[in-house]
Design a protein around this ligand. Structure first.
Ligand code: FMN
Length: 454
């Protein structure tokens, strides 16, 4: 099977590991989250593998608090992405650098400024993973007793996005003249005040950073509920999603592209990238053994905590591990993820222990156990059959799984002509095949001229 459509590849990074216990694997780097030499090696390896982006997760609280199993979980702590990624920009040349930032516990001016800075520093490789915050514990670090309600988080996120992109448009190209002869530093006509007054924010602007190389950094969105899909369709360049079955992934893909069309966008304006957790082996048998060994490192109570943020506040430790997954109250954290886990448990007739272990292995993402050829077959099929435009590779631990992925799977994808052998451009937008957004002021001026002419 050959294809001219090209896969996009991100590496979803939450060093030390995504799998709660894989840090115990022989050869894993259990200090990867706070060791810059390791993180530099990871980014450079991914760049040699021609990945589109180093995509960094983030949470504003120690993850999975408070459970007794916490002391054995490696997914709890990390550097701040917007401090780490500028440092990685200095030791890489091509790979995109996407940081997660919450619209619930940030102010838009801060976010606009930090991402514009990263875009300048990296020469146009910045991306913002816009999240509404998954972890309920974050609220207590920002002066609240409870997490903001799901609907309100999304309402705030929509306005947040308008303010951030409005601020990114503050400066037209050439706004800084820096003319030593005349003594004129800036062209006042090319600077715009936003003067935003809305339900959640009042922001005058302009941003104190000029328009960045990509115009707007790439915007990724990772929410799959009804509200999440609607926001993604209107705003996102990249959609990161957890999908485990091809038919459901196809339905999601078609749904997001159809919603995007309603906002006047083309299917190519928005790239759908489901997560994928690879467990590789030279043979299928070796891959399965690797998976079994990985799972044997994980105690049941540690696995159970991976369900805590979608349990809707229900204490799952009170239920028998070999009984069924109990009815869950609605989650205020991640509605789409809760629905996915419940569906997986019911369809597979899984016990609570089984569903917890399954979820902990890939945080709900599709776990692909097999040879490089098998993995390439599956990825190619999802690309061909419009279930995905690419994948976010969610490795269990670091660095072996993604080093193996770059060494064994990437060449297989390249042989099939569905993945680049060289970066196409210098910016993340160019590599992803995305247009530079037109500034709203230019658009308004164009619309005004057209009106005058008619
Ligand atoms: C694949 C994926 C990755 C996510 N990564 C993060 C993250 O790193 N930090 C975070 O706070 N929320 C993260 N989220 C949460 C979402 O942004 C969103 O706030 C949450 O899923 C609730 O929205 P939903 O019900 O629309 O899915 C992620 C969600 C998905 C689907």
């Amino acid at each position: 099977m050959t294809s001219t459509r090209q896969l996009r590849l991100g590496a979803f990074m939450r060093p030390v590991s995504i799998h709660t216990s894989a840090w115990r694997w022989p050869g894993a780097f259990p200090d990867a989250n706070f060791n810059f030499a390791h993180l530099k090696r990871f980014a450079q390896t991914l760049e040699r593998g021609k990945f589109d982006a180093f995509f960094m997760a983030d949470h504003l609280a120690v993850m999975n608090m408070p459970t007794a199993a916490l002391k054995r979980s490696a997914t709890v702590t990390s550097f701040d992405p917007l401090t780490l990624l500028p440092a990685l920009a200095a030791v890489t040349d091509h790979i995109g650098l996407i940081a997660t930032a919450s619209t619930t516990y940030n102010e838009p001016y801060h976010v606009a400024r930090k991402f514009a800075s990263l875009d300048h520093i990296s020469g146009g490789r910045a991306g913002w993973n816009l999240v509404t915050s998954q972890i309920e514990d974050e609220s207590e670090n920002f002066g609240f007793d409870e997490h903001l309600a799901h609907a309100e988080r999304y309402e705030r996120a929509a306005e947040f996005y308008e303010v951030v992109t409005g601020l990114w448009d503050s400066w037209e190209d050439g706004g800084l003249l820096r003319d030593k002869q005349s003594g004129i530093y800036m062209d006042r006509d090319k600077v715009h005040f936003l003067d935003h007054v809305g339900k959640h924010f009042k922001v005058k602007g302009p941003l104190n950073i000029t328009r960045s190389p990509q115009g707007w950094p790439v915007v990724a969105q990772a929410g799959s509920s009804e509200a999440g899909r609607e926001l993604a369709a209107r705003t996102a360049d990249v959609v990161f999603t957890a999908q485990t079955k091809i038919d459901e992934a196809q339905a999601f893909y078609a749904d997001i592209k159809a919603r995007a069309a309603r906002y006047g966008r083309t299917p190519d304006d928005i790239k759908i990238m489901p997560g994928l957790t690879p467990v590789l082996g030279r043979t299928m048998e070796e891959a399965r053994e690797n998976y079994e060994y990985l799972q044997s490192l994980m105690p049941d109570d540690v696995a159970l905590q991976s369900l805590s943020h979608i349990s809707g506040g229900l204490d799952l430790t009170k239920f028998p591990l070999d009984g069924p997954l109990p009815e869950l109250p609605p989650s205020n954290a991640a509605k789409a993820r809760q629905a996915l886990v419940v569906r997986t448990a019911r369809e597979g007739n899984m016990t609570l222990r089984q569903v917890a272990r399954h979820t902990a292995a890939g945080t709900g993402h599709r776990v692909l156990v097999g040879t490089p050829q098998y993995m390439a077959d599956e990825m190619e099929a999802w690309l061909e059959e419009e279930a995905a435009d690419g994948f976010n590779v969610v490795c269990n631990y670091y660095p072996k799984p993604f080093e193996d992925f770059c060494r064994l799977v990437v060449p297989e994808l390249q042989r099939r002509g569905i993945f680049r052998t060289e970066y196409e451009g210098t910016t993340l937008r160019e590599n992803l095949g995305l247009r530079i957004p037109e500034s709203r002021y230019k658009r308004h001026a164009r619309a005004g001229l057209a009106k005058e002419a008619s």
